[in-house]
Design a protein around this ligand. Sequence first.
Ligand SMILES: [Ca+2]
Ligand SMILES: [Ca+2]
Length: 158
Amino acid sequence: MQVEFYENATAGSSVTQLQCTDLDLGPNSALVYSITDGDPDSYFNISSSSGKITTARNLDFEDAQSYSLTVEARDSSSPINSQLASLSHVDVIVTPLNEHAPAFSQPSYNVTISENTTIGTTVYQLLLQIMTPARRVRLRSPCPAVHHSTLTRSAGLL
Ligand SMILES: [Ca+2]
Ligand SMILES: [Ca+2]
């Protein structure tokens, strides 16, 4: 099963409702659901009685692009070593959103350049930062210097 989520999904959002049946009666068919693998940082909750999965924390594409959950349904047979269980897998795909505007590393730049500087010299490389709560991503693409003093879109070079 695969579920897609936008990264701004808030804690408590419904992910999916698992369906599992057991043909026994009584405790031998009373199912207990749990997430057994794929969620080490506890981004998801599962109702042990209903199998409904919800988000426990806000999802962030910059933290993880997908989660592959292993879910177990176990019956309540007694003694415990007579219990039977089945596994299912739920893949949660986090869809990115454009959440932040680019931000220069400082509001203005002063560059001193001597008059005999040869054509093609890189005068300054501007740093753009995409601000995210989790981390700051620096965009700094290597590119040949330009031959005039206009800012190239791709490289941030003057
Ligand atoms: Ca059973
Ligand atoms: Ca984000």
